[in-house]
Design a protein around this ligand. Sequence first.
Ligand code: ZN
Ligand code: ZN
Length: 138
Amino acid sequence: MSEATNLCCVKCNSILDRGSFQGLEVDLCPKCGGLWLDRGEITRAAKLPEEELDRLRGLLTGKAGPPPVPTENKAPCPSCPGSLAEVVLGAVHVDYCNKCHGIFLDRGELQPAVEAVRARSRDTGAQDVVIAISTAGD
Ligand SMILES: [Zn+2]
Ligand SMILES: [Zn+2]
């Protein structure tokens, strides 16, 4: 992994901020409250203690205003030349890159996504996707 320049938000094109949570580095949008997670990071997020998750959620409020517009089906990946497609992750639809296996969570989607990962052994429907996005590296 290189020290990439900051990524751009999939939804509103703002420059994403870096946040660090017990060594987990995530990219979050200060404007719309979106969150970009590289491959495997959702699993690490799901293992954070509640107070760290609270701190992360607190940074994902974004500015007041309308929720971000849903992405077109072929939004470009902020992190690689791939493109994003919607996948079902537990109770929410997230934007998933099938090339680098990153995911973009809209404001409010972190908690359901984390719960889906925590519950993956019970939810066979989401299992394939969860395994794909939560496996670290090849
Ligand atoms: Zn944004
Ligand atoms: Zn990608």
